[in-house]
Design a protein around this ligand. Structure first.
Ligand SMILES: [Zn+2]
Ligand SMILES: [Zn+2]
Ligand SMILES: [Zn+2]
Length: 503
């Protein structure tokens, strides 16, 4: 299999990651961070998926805390039910009957209910136009902050904050299932972890440990953290929360958008792109704000959605249907491109908002050289200091952005879009980066990480198998799902709708 193609397009040589044409992809919207009472939230996964689907989302992940401390601060949401203490609620094959003990207005109550386990719920909720995803939110804030782990079928028992052991668990999971798990940096907070100058011992005691940067774990140098985690981490939550909100807000300006964190982790060398997660702890799944993760994907099958994350074909937006794509020449956001020094970069930004076709926009391109640092001596990078070009635009369209030139250093570029609303407010969006001259040669594409080529059900009544990407795979019960790189004997290929979905 050839992972790289070499092309000559002006001064542009050797492309990575853009072997699929943009025309085959569509933009889909979803969210990747939510809780139910299977950890410290409210309601069940089945309710969460139903609400997200009704809200018009195309994909939605329920990501329960993996650890038993999850309910420590859960207040009235505490009910003794957690995947950490009852892993069958995560990956059980059959419905579980549980007794919840909780308080309503100070009164003790119990309730015995039968619920579908999380992975099973995701499979039951998935349809051709809605992909339910499942995952876990690993670790605690004080141990190392949180990461979401998607695509793991066992409840993680790795000690909180131990990213070295987490990587081992991810490798074991990949060996067992053929699917490489995927990470998202949740609610990043470098100001508290690396640059806090106050003397509150609650903060100072837990500095220099986010996402495993602590010495003895995967740090203290960011180049080592990147080497260990970059194969797994693809997303960073630029828009996060409001985790504890109970009321629907709708259009919401995220005052604390994590754009400087995004910039910082790109500077350190991660191949990550923006996401939004509401981190719902109440029944507000997909509804509390209009924030969305946008992806550019070939279809809504689980494999295709994961593929979009792995290729970093994502953006985060405060507007629920803003559609943003950054291009460099013919390379889609998420790509790595090799370009001769001093060549003018041919950036194009595609902006589309179906219900606000004549909106006014400010487009800003930010960028920088990749320069991993020692965490204890890192630079407090600010996105605003990395503005390379900006442009005022009106209306939907694809616009050229000139006057930015390649350097010979490994670098990255992304766009921030601010839509000025008629009411004086604004909605913002951030695209995935395009990397230039980053020498990415070993970061494997989805062709090798999404796993097996063939899928089928173990049910003996079935006489067919499916190609990777067929939407019928999502309807096979997880406990029956089999896969491999050779088709099963005695079965014929289903009329897989892989290509039909690629319009
Ligand atoms: Zn929580
Ligand atoms: Zn969290
Ligand atoms: Zn959370």
């Amino acid at each position: 299999m050839r992972l790289f193609i070499t092309a000559v397009l002006g001064g542009l040589l050797c492309l990575y990651g853009n072997t699929q044409p943009l025309q085959g992809s569509k933009v889909y919207y979803g969210l990747l961070h939510a809780h139910t009472y299977f950890s410290d939230g409210s309601g069940t996964p089945a309710e969460a998926y139903r609400m997200a689907k009704t809200a018009g989302l195309h994909f939605f992940a329920v990501t329960e805390h993996n650890h038993a401390e999850a309910e420590a601060g859960a207040k009235e949401r505490k009910d003794g039910i957690m995947i950490a203490t009852n892993p069958a609620l995560y990956n059980g094959n059959s419905n579980q009957t549980i007794t919840r003990r909780f308080k309503v207005n100070g009164q003790n109550r119990t309730e015995t209910v039968t619920v579908s386990p999380l992975i099973k719920s995701a499979s039951e909720a998935s349809e051709p136009q809605f992909q339910a995803l499942y995952g876990q939110e690993f670790s605690t804030i004080s141990s190392s902050n949180h990461v979401n782990v998607l695509g793991v079928r066992e409840v993680l028992t790795v000690p909180n904050g131990d990213f070295r052991q987490l990587v081992d668990a991810l490798k074991r999971s990949e060996q067992a299932t053929g699917v490489r798990p995927m990470l998202q940096f949740n609610h990043p907070d470098i100001q508290k972890d690396l640059f806090y100058t106050g003397n509150d011992p609650k903060v100072t005691k837990v500095m220099f440990n986010d996402y495993g940067i602590d010495e003895g774990d995967l740090g203290p140098h960011f180049k080592d953290l990147v080497a260990a985690l970059d194969p797994y981490v693809h997303l960073i939550e630029i828009l996060s929360g409001p985790a504890m909100g109970e009321e629907v807000i709708g259009n919401h300006y995220y005052r604390d958008a994590n754009e400087n964190d995004y910039f910082f982790y790109l500077k350190q060398g991660f191949h990550i792109s923006p996401s939004a997660g509401q981190d719902n702890h109440y029944k507000t799944w997909g509804t509390i704000t209009d924030a969305r993760t946008g992806i550019l994907a070939q279809s809504l099958s689980e494999a295709a959605v994961f593929d979009a994350f792995r290729r970093n074909r994502t953006f985060a937006t405060e507007d629920k249907n803003l559609d943003l794509v950054l291009l460099l020449g013919d390379s889609v956001m998420g790509s790595s491109v090799t370009i001769a020094e001093e060549t003018e970069l041919d950036f194009k930004i595609r902006i589309h908002d179906a219900d606000e076709p004549n909106a006014k926009y400010l487009v800003e391109i930010f960028g920088g050289d990749i320069k991993p640092e020692l965490s204890t001596n890192a630079t407090n990078w600010k996105q605003r200091d990395a503005l390379l070009e900006n442009k005022q635009l009106t209306g939907n369209g694809t616009y050229s952005i000139k006057n930015i030139f390649a350097t010979d250093k490994p670098s990255f570029y992304y766009a921030k879009i601010t839509q000025q609303n008629a009411d004086g407010g604004s909605n913002r969006g951030w695209t995935a980066p395009i990397w230039v001259n980053d020498g990415r040669t070993t970061h494997t594409t989805s062709d090798t990480t999404v796993g097996p080529q063939y899928y089928w059900t173990s049910a003996a009544s079935s006489r067919v198998y499916h190609l990777k990407g067929c939407s019928a795979i999502s309807r096979i019960k997880p406990e029956n799902l089999q896969s491999g790189n050779t088709p099963p004997a005695g079965r014929t290929q289903h009329t897989c709708n892989v290509s039909e979905e690629e319009e």
